[in-house]
Design a protein around this ligand. Structure first.
Ligand SMILES: *Cc1c(COP(=O)(O)O)cnc(C)c1O
Length: 404
């Protein structure tokens, strides 16, 4: 008998895995499955960024670098934070890691202890509660309302705070809902965080993917006091279609960044050398590809939101950012599948299972994000795929029968 550490028993396996495995098995058996489950842009990494990596490779830039990233990259990140977010940092306040997920992991490890509570507004990104658990702390998930744009209100924030509250994790624009906080909404949360001495972890990975001219604000930019209590996490995965390159970064108080660097130095050392060079080009080079990608995403968002809202009994929030929609399908819970052995659809898992089997469309159950009434669809795929998926989904839902 293998004797695993207790830690692993506390961590939930990803609820997305089941659907992903099923979709893969169907695809392998030659069935035409459309996947709307991707968590990454479908575009290729822009050519200028690839060339920067190739040049670095040819120049032999293939050895260890400083643990927290090379100075030239830290300077590019400092320039980005100043230019985009009006935030001023020094090099000792920046740490480059192997993806924003790694930045968040390092941060949990240095900030959270057993007994600490960390407020996570739901629907949330799947890794937040698990990373908090891995640090032995307690995730406190707080359900937001669709009527509030899936945003944490000041009232809800206040109600969730106890003497043990250490931090709030904010993600704007959000995966999975696409909701994004205005400057005023952030200011109201910042006031409470300041009054109660609560850290803010601000995951801004989708800031560049925003629609209808939505202008992203970093909560850290709202004043020097809140900046001292905030750790900004960002990266190049989503904005520059660089998910496989594994570069993310954190910006925050020097003592926190230094502790994160110590953890990273004993776990992974530096992020990949040539990916660091590519990231400098991503941040400092032309931004035209990014603009093209956002235009394309907006077309798809407009289409998919319109289609979903036109379906019987479905409501779908119109996202301001990211590349997901999060429609509410709970109206069909209590319905039965067609056929000789009707199955009850009673939650997001049975719903996504049905959509996969009947419509051959793979989507992620909302339960994975803490919201069982919903499913997550990614529109990081061609408009052609999205159109076919909407047609199939609409007819599959129409076949469901109410229980009698
Ligand atoms: C994709 C994603 C990340 C992490 O991206 P990396 O590839 O690790 O940089 C972090 N937060 C959210 C909400 C994401 O969707």
């Amino acid at each position: 008998m293998t004797r695993l550490a207790q830690r692993i028993a506390r961590i939930k396996p990803s609820a997305t895995l089941e659907i992903t495995a099923k979709a893969a098995a169907l695809k392998a058996s030659g069935i035409n499955v459309i996947s709307l489950s991707a968590g990454e842009p479908d575009f290729d990494t822009p050519e200028n960024i690839k060339l920067a990596a190739i040049e670095a490779l040819k120049a032999g830039f293939t050895k260890y670098t400083p643990v927290g990233g090379i100075d030239e990259l830290k300077e590019a990140i400092i320039g980005k934070l100043k230019g985009d977010n009006n935030l001023s940092y020094e090099k000792k306040e920046i740490l480059v890691s192997c993806g924003a997920k790694h930045s968040l992991y390092n941060l949990s490890q240095v900030l959270f202890d057993r007994g600490d509570e960390v407020i996570i507004p739901a629907p949330y990104w799947v890794s937040y509660p698990e990373q908090v658990e891995l640090a032995d702390a307690t995730p406190v998930t707080v359900m937001t309302r669709e009527e509030d744009g899936f945003k944490l209100t000041p009232e809800l924030f206040k109600k969730s705070i106890t003497l043990k509250t250490k931090a709030l994790i904010l993600n704007s624009p959000s995966n999975p809902t696409g909701s994004a906080y205005s400057k005023e909404e952030l200011a109201a949360l910042a006031d409470i965080a300041l009054e109660k001495g609560i850290y803010i972890v601000s995951d801004e990975i989708y800031e560049k993917i925003a629609y209808d001219g939505f202008c992203h604000t970093s909560i850290a930019a709202l004043g020097n006091e809140i900046k001292k209590q905030t750790i900004v996490v960002n990266g190049v995965s989503k904005a520059y279609s660089m998910t496989g390159w594994r570069i993310g970064y954190a910006a925050g108080p020097a003592d926190i960044i230094s502790a994160m660097s110590t953890i990273q130095g004993q776990a992974t050392s530096n992020p990949t050398s040539i990916a660091q060079k590519a990231t400098i080009e991503a941040l400092n080079g032309p931004q035209s590809e990014l603009a093209r990608m956002v235009v394309e995403f907006q077309k798809r968002r407009d289409y998919v939101v319109k289609r979903l809202n036109a379906m019987e009994g479905i409501s779908c929030y119109n996202p301001q950012g990211a590349f997901y929609v999060f429609p509410n399908l709970s109206r069909y819970y209590g319905y039965y599948t067609p056929g000789t052995t009707p199955q009850l659809i009673n939650n997001s898992t049975t719903m996504t299972g049905y959509l996969l089997e009947e419509a051959k469309v793979a989507v992620v159950p909302g339960i994975a994000f803490g919201a069982d009434e919903f499913v997550r669809l990614s529109f990081a795929t061609s408009l052609e795929n999205i159109t076919a998926a909407m047609d199939r989904m609409e007819s599959a839902l129409a076949k469901l029968k109410p229980g009698s």
